[in-house]
Ligand binder design. Structure first.
Ligand SMILES: Nc1ncnc2c1ncn2[C@@H]1O[C@H](COP(=O)(O)OP(=O)(O)OP(=O)(O)O)[C@@H](O)[C@H]1O
Length: 256
């Protein structure tokens, strides 16, 4: 795949200055006979247009962090600000609307709708909001993810890597404040995985979008600008521009 190095038209490039995502003292406790303190006072800031990875041992709170930071879940305490909007106290309906308009998601399983074409899948977040994706916008996104001219294909006619690129295009259609990617390369072979990570880099560097990647894979995290570490629900430092080896070593220390 060729990932274009030139940014798309300036009208489609969001502001790349300031903070895209802010967590302040975020706590999430799952109630029960024995309450689980999945996040315990996590604070972090993610710059606009940056590519950030979140890593930690199993059970460290990565998924909980992603859910709370994206408005899928509500923190027990603390503030969550996405693109300047405080989302931690939104009603369920308001949170759904906010996510639709301001947050993009990419998952391991792509989640493309089988009977919709590539173009219809990409436009789906806008369709659900009662709007329409302009064909030129869809074409531009397909160009950006290295799949020009595939508007009319069905998901069954795509490889896993191509399906993931369509899912990334769909996550970008509303120009979200943050694109959250949860193990997006988990189902891909190494070469396809590397191309997908290169695309996520391009999404941040070329398109100016903010990417937050949750992953178990140090090689995937090494594609990001910086890696944030969680252990036992607490923020445990970060590495900037680190190699996969260095990230893996830090992870081992945290798991001890
Ligand atoms: N809905 C829930 N109810 C109760 N406990 C939960 C719930 N979801 C997660 N937990 C617990 O919260 C803690 C953090 O879980 P979380 O899934 O956020 O970790 P993780 O780092 O994403 O783990 P993994 O890498 O294994 O996916 C764990 O102890 C988990 O068992």
């Amino acid at each position: 795949m060729t990932v274009p190095s030139t940014p798309v038209r300036s009208t489609t490039v969001p502001s790349t200055t300031g903070t895209a995502l802010l967590l302040e003292g975020v706590t999430r406790t799952y109630p029960g006979p024995v309450p689980v303190h999945a996040l315990q006072g996590v604070s972090l800031a993610v710059d606009r247009g940056s590519f950030t990875a979140v890593m930690g041992p199993s059970g460290s709170g990565k998924s909980t962090l992603l859910h709370v930071a994206s408005g899928l879940d509500t923190p027990t305490a603390g503030r969550v600000v996405v693109g300047g909007t405080e989302i931690d106290r939104l009603s369920p309906d308001a949170a759904t609307r906010f996510r639709r308009d301001h947050v993009g998601f990419v998952f391991q399983g792509y989640d493309l709708v089988r009977h919709l074409t590539v173009a219809e899948n990409i436009g789906l977040p806008l369709t659900l909001a009662g709007r329409r994706a302009e064909p030129t916008r869809v074409a531009e996104l397909l160009e950006s993810v290295g799949l020009p001219g595939t508007e009319d294909r069905l998901p069954a006619e795509l490889s896993g890597g191509q399906a993931q690129r369509v899912a990334i295009a769909r996550a970008l259609v509303s120009q979200p404040d943050v694109l959250f990617a949860d193990e997006p390369t988990g189902a891909l072979d190494r070469a396809t995985s590397e191309r997908t990570l290169a695309l996520l880099r391009h999404v941040a560097d070329g398109l100016g979008q903010t990417v937050v990647l949750v992953t178990h894979d140090p090689a995937a995290a090494a594609a990001a600008d910086r890696t944030l570490f969680l252990a036992d629900g607490r923020f445990r430092g970060e590495l900037e521009g680190a190699t996969a080896g260095r990230i893996a070593a830090r992870l081992l220390e945290l798991a001890r």
